[in-house]
Design a protein around this ligand. Structure first.
Ligand code: ZN
Length: 432
């Protein structure tokens, strides 16, 4: 288990500061809220190359992926299997890709996404319809009104050829190993006795290259949940809790690092915020999830499967030991944690029913969410509503709704930690 958790931090080799409880938060929540949702750290405001366009040329014997950039950039590529992907890494850039071309679906490229993977590293992750051999990218100088172009040619190949060369490059693996040794000294189990404050870790789902689901109005899950996470943390801090965010900006954080952050802070409670979508636009309402191996129902299991894709979306190599999704086994020692999680889920449903629409059927469900896996931290995942439902989507975009829901979740936290009512004393007095 220890190895598994250590590998979790390793996968990212990033933002170790998040996992170190000793380090103070970079800013107060008030500071953070000033420009909700935060975008990039100001430190990165230097002149970065701008990605201006992406084009796809589909031919019978190859597919050409072209990225137009304002300045020459150093790029590197590698491939990942299961599912088949090509990753194109570059230094941190500014994205101006509003009208970039989408693949037809018939060529080698199925879809692609782009964004921040870790501070200093931006990337494209290209999903494939078939295994490919990727030629070394070429950088072409500006001509014909175009800027610099990164040209990536993909040729069909066999799955076994593809599998042989797939995987993170050796130096990325090495970073991973180094991070693993850092993880080994991460704090474990013992609660700091000095403070009496309860520690709450709030996790805004997705981020960076993983934007989560997209609303009917074009809003993105990653932005909505970050905004709500910051609001909630502000409310909880005012009520005397110690609050940490897994992310306070638009950045991708691997699922297991989120778990490790909660454990590193010895959190008393972990709250992961998400928003759902459904092919049926009529489905609406908030729902709350706790961890279970198989899932309370098919829909919950499918949702966990979808939320667990975050690392795949971000281009993380999940082969072999690195797969946290392979199985979720819950041991007996986790029972008490799970009881607390369920109790909190019940509190959330109770409080939220007064603040927003709750999924009418079974608002508290369970499934194998990787992000809820800490054995010693009670954890729930809240799907705030359906971005695919026009009514939910609209109200989730308003300050009134966001503040009301943050207040109601905070009420549920209060309820979780309130001192138990005094044991009733047997009535004294004479016989009636
Ligand atoms: Zn989500």
């Amino acid at each position: 288990m220890k190895r598994l958790l250590a590998a979790g931090i390793a996968v990212l080799g990033v933002s170790a500061a998040f996992a170190q409880p000793a380090k103070p938060a970079p800013a107060t929540i008030e500071d953070l809220l000033k420009d909700v949702p935060p975008s990039r750290a100001p430190a990165s405001a230097k002149a970065e190359p701008v990605v201006l366009d992406a084009r796809i040329g589909e031919h019978s014997d190859s597919t050409r992926f072209v990225v137009e950039v304002s300045d020459p950039v150093s790029v590197r590529i590698f491939t990942l299997a299961n599912p088949n992907r090509v990753v194109l890494d570059m230094p941190e850039v500014l994205w101006r890709l509003e009208n970039a071309a989408q693949p037809s679906g018939k060529g080698l490229v199925k879809s692609y996404r782009y964004g921040l993977f870790r501070p200093g590293d931006d990337r494209f992750v290209i999903d494939l319809n078939a295994p490919v051999r990727a030629a070394e990218p070429m950088i072409l100088p500006p001509s014909g009104g175009h800027g610099y172009r990164v040209v990536l040619d993909l040729y069909p190949t066999t799955q076994s050829q593809f599998d042989r060369s797939a995987g993170w490059p050796a130096d990325m693996r090495q970073k991973e190993d180094e991070a693993e040794s850092v993880a080994a000294i991460a704090p474990s189990g013992t609660k700091p006795a000095l403070h009496g404050k309860k520690v709450i870790v709030i996790d805004a789902g997705h981020g960076g290259i993983d934007s989560g689901t997209v609303g009917v109005d074009g809003s993105q899950e990653k932005d909505l949940v970050l905004n709500e996470a910051i609001r909630l943390s502000r409310v909880l801090e005012k009520r005397g809790y110690t609050v940490h965010l897994t992310r306070n900006t638009d950045i991708y954080i691997p699922l297991r690092e989120r778990v490790n952050i909660a454990r590193g802070y010895d959190a008393d409670l972990f709250i992961s915020l998400h928003a759902d979508s459904n092919p049926d636009p009529e489905v609406e309402g908030l729902s709350v999830y706790t961890l279970s191996e198989s899932g309370s129902d098919k829909e919950a299991a499918a949702l966990a499967n979808k939320e667990n894709q975050s690392d795949v979306i971000a281009g993380v190599d999940l082969s072999g030991d690195n797969s946290p999704v392979a199985s979720i086994l819950i041991d007996l020692a986790q029972r008490e944690t799970m009881n607390r999680s369920s109790r909190f889920a019940g509190n959330v449903v109770g409080q939220l029913a007064r603040a927003t629409d709750i999924l009418p059927r079974e608002p508290h469900r369970s499934a194998a969410f990787v992000v809820l896996k800490a054995p010693d931290v009670p954890a729930v995942l809240i799907e705030l509503g359906y971005l695919s439902n026009p009514h939910d989507c609209k109200q989730m975009g308003t300050d009134i709704w966001r503040n009301r829901v943050a207040g109601a979740i905070a009420d549920a936290v209060d309820k979780q930690f309130e001192t138990p009512p005094p044991v009733p004393v047997a009535a004294k007095g004479g016989p009636e």
